[in-house]
Design a protein around this ligand. Structure first.
Ligand code: IVH
Length: 679
């Protein structure tokens, strides 16, 4: 039943339109099988084939391109701002309970409000993510939005379309309802969160405080192409406006949502009594680690939806549901002050200075407040009694405020407009929560920068550890990395605990670092978003610092895996005079600023050239062909675009060949390819 079509004959528009429709339906089906049902039926390669055929057809027939095509899941042009969406039904929140007693109160209230009526409960995990609404009209996704203030939210449709487990169209045979609005939670799975934070730290960016922040920050991005790279997922657990569809129980609603193609809570319990509810909550708590998302409790909902209207809602939350929050080990203490820590890239992180308190086996006197947004969101004030918890079992974090302990003397925290360490201006870039001190000479920033510069993954300067960096900066001997190369024995020997031998070791280490690979230098410079991997990619494309400094953002964006933000950061970096001065000084000191001869052999014959392979080659396995290209400095991509240098077509080529023809990309056969790589 698969739809393979290896070339695009000149189709009549009507045929193209039909084929496009068919391909979209097929791709969305496989999307569902892969991302929601977890039961893929075809290989990635076959999926790619279908995808590229659709992509090529849409390129050839742009009149049939629609925003809900599976090809649009990679994101589109950035927005200037989000439009606002008024929710037809308010997006409410839930009342929280923390104890059995509070939960029993909830139950007793329901019994009072529904005298003589029998009802049951559903218990579901409470996903710690970001609430969203998805509106389907006649089966098609039309709007995706955030909760906002509950009445009006942001239209984030383009961002939500990038989440593969969100159906573009409702599944199922029958006529879809006129309106189905569903609500759920976008989250970042734990493993994706860890991976993204590792990458951010490597690129000198502030890691996200927790998966919820990572999900929220991702959905706020105006560039959906960047959102497409964030590992986000969604779970749907409620409805908003409905027209032409009805559900009598929550259990049947969940079953229907599942049939429509949504991911629903992986586990939920139907309970006939409070004892069963408590048992379900206990089981949920004990198994919380087996869920891919962070769970902050359970949600208890009346199962019979007929009662919802009668039960109604308070100003904020419906009376038919309640959240039961799991207590993590927490302590309450006074927040004496908020200080600021300046990171390597100048990010100012507010830190809570606490009245010492015992928590989970240690005494805590400091905790992270993550960023100014968090401080404001949680309304944390200096002098407040705050709750602290150990996040991820290690770093203590301030999670909330005991507002009843306020005496009116608490002070609201404001991010200063000057860096507390160096007094230079603090700025906030559009779309970023972080405030930064832009002064590269800021001692706090400088120390962290030098530590990064000298680190093993970067310039690997033996003997230059944290304590020595502190001393060099404090003694005013070094005010940027280039100063390291001007240090003399006499300077170094004046430092505390610095014997002649260790002074010489340090100077030898610095001298040796001049010979490091060019990419290490690029990484060591600490350009925002340039981690070790990106630095290596840049080295592949640019033989030395000169052409890289000349590169335009457009040119940089042609590089695979380079988004517009990274391209702009790199461009801006090289167009800031102090950075240019630093580079010249490093160059004058003898630091490597060109790719090593042999790094891309044969003078990088294929440097910067992107190849796409399709079909089977007789004399090369796929791996061998890729290696041959990479050995000459070239790159291999899995999809054809205007950036592709050549498509190498073997026997039985796939749709990549068609795409190449549509885009006018040159194609070579195996003989030509062999000649090229063996020349
Ligand atoms: S039902 C009328 N079910 O928790 C409210 N909410 O603290 C309908 N949440 O606003 C929400 N998991 O963002 C519901 N299984 C679940 C949930 C859940 C997480 C979120 C949701 C809600 C917030 C309240």
């Amino acid at each position: 039943m698969e739809l393979y079509c290896n070339n695009i004959p000149a189709m009549k528009p009507i045929e193209a339109q039909q084929r496009i429709r068919k391909l979209r339906a097929t791709l969305e089906r496989h999307n569902y099988l892969y991302y929601v049902a977890n039961q893929p039926e075809i290989s990635d390669r076959d999926y790619d084939r279908l995808y590229h055929e659709l992509d090529a057809l849409e390129t050839a027939h742009p009149e049939f391109l629609t925003p809900d095509s599976p090809t649009r899941r990679v994101g589109g042009a950035p927005l200037a701002a989000f439009e606002q969406v008024r929710h037809r039904l308010p997006m409410m929140s839930l009342d929280n309970t923390y104890s059995r007693a509070e939960l029993l109160n909830f139950h007793e209230r329901l019994v009072r409000l529904l005298p003589g009526q029998a009802f049951t409960y559903i218990v579901e995990p409470k996903i710690d993510g970001v609430a969203i609404a998805l509106r389907y009209e006649h089966g098609r996704l039309v709007t995706g939005s955030t909760r906002g203030d509950g009445a009006v939210g942001d239209n984030i449709t383009a961002n939500l379309r990038t989440i593969r487990s969100i159906p573009m169209a409702l599944r199922g045979e029958g006529k879809p309802p006129a309106v189905l609005e569903v609500r759920g939670e976008v989250y970042m799975p734990r493993d994706g969160f860890m991976a993204i934070n590792r990458a951010r730290e490597e690129a000198g960016e502030e890691p996200f405080a927790n998966p919820r922040n990572a999900a929220a920050g991702s959905l706020k991005l105006l560039d959906s192409r960047l959102v497409a790279r964030r590992p986000l997922d969604v779970i749907i657990y409620a409805t908003g406006e409905l027209d032409g569809i009805f559900f009598d129980t929550h259990a049947r609603l969940l079953a229907a949502l599942k049939a429509f193609g949504f991911k629903i809570p992986g586990k939920f319990w139907t309970c006939r009594s409070m004892d069963e509810v408590l048992a379900a909550l206990e089981e949920l708590k004990n198994t919380r680690q087996s869920f891919p998302f962070e769970m902050d409790g359970g949600v208890i909902k009346v199962n019979e939806r007929a009662f919802y209207e009668k039960l109604g809602a308070t100003a904020k939350s419906p009376r038919w549901a309640v959240a039961f929050k799991y207590e993590s080990e927490r302590a309450e203490t006074r927040l004496n002050a908020i200080t600021l820590q300046v990171g390597r890239t100048g990010v100012l992180t507010p830190v809570a200075e606490l009245e010492p308190v015992a928590l989970a086996g240690s005494t805590i006197n400091r905790a992270t407040l993550h960023n100014a947004d968090e401080v404001n969101r949680k309304d944390i004030r200096i002098g407040d009694h705050v709750y602290i918890e150990k996040a991820g079992e290690v770093i203590p974090a301030v999670v909330g405020v005991n507002t009843s302990a306020r005496n009116g003397h608490e002070r609201i925290f404001h991010m200063p407009d000057k860096c507390p360490i160096c007094g230079e201006p603090v700025t906030q870039q559009e779309g970023e929560v972080a405030f930064r001190c832009e002064n590269l000479q800021c001692p706090a920033q400088l120390k962290r920068w030098l530590r990064h510069f000298a680190a093993r993954g970067a310039m690997d300067i033996e003997g230059l550890g944290e304590a020595l960096v502190d001393q060099l900066v404090d003694a005013n001997l070094v005010s940027d990395p280039a100063d390291l190369y001007r240090l003399h024995r006499e300077n170094v020997e004046t430092l505390e605990r610095m014997a002649a031998k260790s002074a010489q070791n340090l100077l030898d280490g610095i001298e040796a670092s001049k010979q490091r690979d060019f990419w290490r230098v690029l990484f060591a410079l600490g350009i925002r978003q340039v981690g070790a991997k990106m630095a290596q990619t840049l080295e592949q494309h640019y033989a030395g610092i000169e052409p890289l400094m000349q590169a335009t953002p457009d040119e940089l964006q042609q590089i695979r895996d380079m988004g517009p933000v990274a391209a702009k950061n790199i461009y801006d970096y090289f167009h800031t005079s102090r950075n240019c001065v630093l580079i010249r000084r490093l160059q004058d000191a003898g630091v490597t600023m060109t790719r090593a001869v042999g790094a891309a052999p044969k003078g990088g014959l294929l440097a910067g050239k992107v190849f796409v392979l399709t079909g089977a080659l007789e004399h090369f396995s796929r791996d061998q062909a890729e290696q041959a290209i990479r050995a000459l400095g070239g790159e291999v991509s899995s999809s054809v675009s205007k950036k592709t240098f050549r498509v190498v077509a073997g026997a039985e080529p796939g749709s990549k060949l068609d795409k190449a023809r549509v885009l006018g990309v040159k194609v070579m056969n195996e003989t030509e390819f062999t000649k090229l790589v063996h020349s």
